[in-house]
Design a protein around this ligand. Structure first.
Ligand code: PMP
Length: 416
């Protein structure tokens, strides 16, 4: 098994080609061509360390958590809780303040139903931004419908950055909650969440940050961000699908009622009434994705060993290379030119539908996403029905980006 021992070395000191070998799937072929995986913003590929952690759990330790006193049960509980500690440490949080969930969608719904629903009144405001994923829009619409709260939307600048003047103007009046993404999954824009959350807090507004696209690309410190809630998903940060978390300020978790009821989340159940467990277990009803969480623990170990600073530097170099390469293609338009941008490029090519382009690129072994990226309001604002999106991980190479550029150029001529 290949291990990563880079620690927090600089990006140039890391042998990225060797790290590429940590991902078994990158050896496969698609339509007879070597796979070029440029869809990490959709879901990340898994290094051997994650695959083996899941495999080892099922081969040697499989048992339910927090229930059985036998050896396997205590091994499983220990591994699960130890993974929680490492995942919490990865975002500079206390493990008691980290609820393990199935991912961002669940985490945001947990905030919506357990925090917002009991508190919001008719006329209260919820501020969202134009660049939100549906997972950070629809739960708030459902809550607004049930409480009579009103949704306001902060708009963007032409470069695809948040218009902070507009945002701060909207954080006023009866606004009680702000929900915004840390990094846009379509534009790649990195929002200055620490400054925004500070401003929200100053105005007595609770902030909810969707960290789905941030954690794979940069170091995240929830204490430094100063938000009230931070949601994330494991599968985009090299972990298994069906994993993720919600970090919340301890006082919120203590005050919030449970979202789902069942086993694990109780201290005592009588028909006359039930005493709930403490946070975070109060929000973790039922048998969790034990193997998945252990896999996510291995993923944060892997990322932490490489160092998020080195990963960020590496990905920024790939982003710069890809931006130059794609921008040189006639008729290709890039959406999102934020000054602070993660390694995600959405683009459209004149005369070529995004789905046709992605389908034909697939025949070249190149995986890019096409469509609306669960962001209908943003696509409407961009004035397009779909885009292609190439998203990069540290294991991608300049040669792969050249292959993407060559592929688009070839197809542009075919499709035009
Ligand atoms: N928010 C953003 C910004 C995302 O990119 C995604 C995944 N595409 C989600 C939320 C939803 O994540 P999940 O489907 O893992 O719950």
């Amino acid at each position: 098994m290949s291990t990563v021992r880079a620690g927090n070395r600089s990006a140039s000191a890391i042998d990225w080609a060797a790290r590429r070998a940590d991902f078994p799937i990158l050896n496969r072929q698609v339509h007879g061509k070597p796979l070029i995986y440029l869809d990490s913003a959709n879901t990340g590929q898994k290094p051997r360390a994650v695959i083996e952690a899941v495999d080892a759990f099922y081969r040697r330790h499989n048992a339910n958590v927090s229930r059985a006193v036998h050896t396997l049960g205590s091994e499983a509980t220990h591994a699960y809780e130890d993974a929680r500690k490492r995942i919490a440490r990865f975002i500079n949080a206390r493990s008691d303040d980290l609820v393990l969930t199935s991912g961002t969608t669940f985490s945001l719904n947990l905030v919506a139903y357990s925090y917002a629903l009991p508190r919001l009144k008719p006329g209260d405001g919820i501020v969202l931004t134009r660049m939100e994923h549906h997972a950070n829009i629809v739960p708030w619409q459902l809550i607004a419908e049930r409480t009579g709260a009103v949704i306001k939307v902060a708009e963007l600048t032409p470069a695809g950055e948040l218009d902070l003047d507009d945002l701060y103007a909207k954080l006023s009046g009866e606004v009680k909650l702000l929900a915004l993404t840390h990094v846009s999954n379509v534009l790649g824009t990195v929002n200055p969440v620490a400054a925004i959350c500070r401003e929200a807090r100053r105005r007595g507004i609770v902030s909810v940050v969707d960290g789905s696209q941030a954690l794979p690309h940069q170091a995240v410190d929830v204490a430094a961000i100063g938000c009230d809630f931070y949601a994330f998903t494991g599968h985009k940060m090299l972990g298994p699908t069906g994993t993720g978390g919600l970090w919340a300020r301890a006082e919120h978790l203590a005050a919030m009622p449970p979202f789902l009821g069942g086993g694990e989340m109780i201290k005592e159940v009588r028909f006359e009434g039930t005493v709930f467990n403490d946070a975070p277990h109060k929000f973790e009803a039922g048998t969790p994705n034990i193997a998945g969480v252990i896999g996510l623990g291995a993923a944060v170990d892997y990322l932490g060993a490489l160092g998020m600073a080195a990963i960020q530097t590496r990905e920024q170099a790939l982003l710069a290379y890809a931006t130059t390469r794609l921008a040189a293609i006639p008729g290709l338009r890039i959406f999102g030119n934020a000054r602070d941008k993660a390694a995600v490029i959405s683009f459209a090519v004149d005369g070529a539908h995004a789905h046709d382009l992605a389908t034909l690129l697939d025949l070249e072994g190149i995986a890019v996403r096409s469509g609306q990226h669960c962001a209908h309001p943003l696509l409407a604002w961009l004035g397009v029905s779909a885009t292609c999106r190439a998203s990069f991980a540290f294991f991608n190479t300049e040669a792969e980006i050249d292959a993407l550029g060559d592929g688009i150029e070839k197809l542009r001529k075919l499709l035009a």
